[in-house]
Design a protein around this ligand. Structure first.
Ligand code: SAM
Length: 281
């Protein structure tokens, strides 16, 4: 085993997330299911006692079978309920395939391009994390194993919706929070296209949340912030930022997708923000 991210404590195996200066989060593990050191990062699938099957990149939890659906449903169904007729969807990152699985629930969507820098993430999630990946084999999903920043530079006026499902702004994910990246996304979208990205914890990463909101606002005529509670993400309260050329509001009269978290009322109220976040908008 390659692992340097687990510790033995009193005969038990723990995953210790210690990428932060002032906060460590630890998960007691049943077992390490798979791990590989890829060209880009350390990729590991573990079974944890409280959160089930879990994808861990460079020692940081990315998604779990217990709460991954909250994140994947919120990052996908909100933009796809704002755009009235999305046919071409681009997902950047998202190697756990959860967002692609949600996007594939829309019949009108014809193409889902998934641009993931690290093929190992897709391979291990397809094999060992079916609760999130759904072992997705939809013919509309096309995988591109390359850098998302480079990919958007090479595509103009092509997509209705772009979902930036990135890891945190360290390592390969850092470029996906740059202003120049949002400008390239703007160009990759059609004239009424829109994007969404995960914009971190408004408690623990308030600077990143506000910087992302500001950068997207400088790039797009319309921007919106929304939140969801995702228990395994540090701070639990997580933010998402929409940048849109035209459409701004939830555009559906009902919601009929098979989901575990999102429903019509969640969609209709998703832009209601608690008072402390009003200052962002
Ligand atoms: N839901 C997670 C979260 O918020 O922590 C993120 C999902 S995770 C599967 C994000 C993926 O983005 C990783 O698989 C990582 O390999 C990928 N990624 C990071 N930088 C990238 C880049 N520059 N281009 C494409 N994919 C990238």
């Amino acid at each position: 085993m390659l692992t340097t991210y687990t510790q033995q404590i009193n005969g038990e195996t723990w995953l210790v997330e210690d990428d932060r200066d002032n906060l460590k989060i630890s998960y007691r593990l049943k077992e390490i299911v798979a791990e590989e050191q890829s060209e880009f990062q350390h990729v590991m699938i573990v079974d944890s006692f409280d959160f089930g099957r879990t994808l861990v990149l460079d020692g940081v939890v990315q998604t779990t079978s217990a709460d991954g659906h909250i994140y994947n449903e919120m990052i996908t169904h909100v933009p796809l309920s704002i755009h009235p007729n999305a046919k071409k969807v681009l997902i950047i990152g998202g190697g756990d395939c959860g967002a692609a699985q949600e996007a594939a629930k829309y019949e009108q969507v014809e193409t889902i391009d998934l641009v993931e820098i690290d093929q190992t993430v897709v391979k291990l999630c397809q094999e060992y994390l079916p609760e999130v990946s759904g072992r997705l084999s939809d013919p509309r999903v096309h995988y591109h194993f390359t850098d998302g920043m480079q990919y958007v530079k090479e595509h103009k006026n092509e997509y209705d919706v772009i979902i930036v499902d990135s890891s945190d702004p360290v390592g390969p994910g850092e470029v996906l929070f740059a202003k120049s990246f949002y400008l390239d996304i703007y160009d990759a979208l059609k004239t009424d296209g829109l994007m969404v990205c995960q914009s971190m914890s408004p408690f623990l990463n308030q600077e990143i949340t506000s910087q992302t909101y500001r950068r997207i606002g400088e790039t797009f005529p319309h921007q919106k912030l929304y939140i969801a509670t995702i228990p395994t993400y540090p701070g639990a309260l997580w933010s998402f930022t929409i940048g849109s050329k035209e459409h701004q509001n939830i555009n559906v009269e009902s919601f009929d997708k098979q989901t575990k978290y999102v429903n019509y009322n969640i969609l209709k109220s998703c832009f209601e923000l608690p008072a402390f976040l009003q200052k962002f908008v």
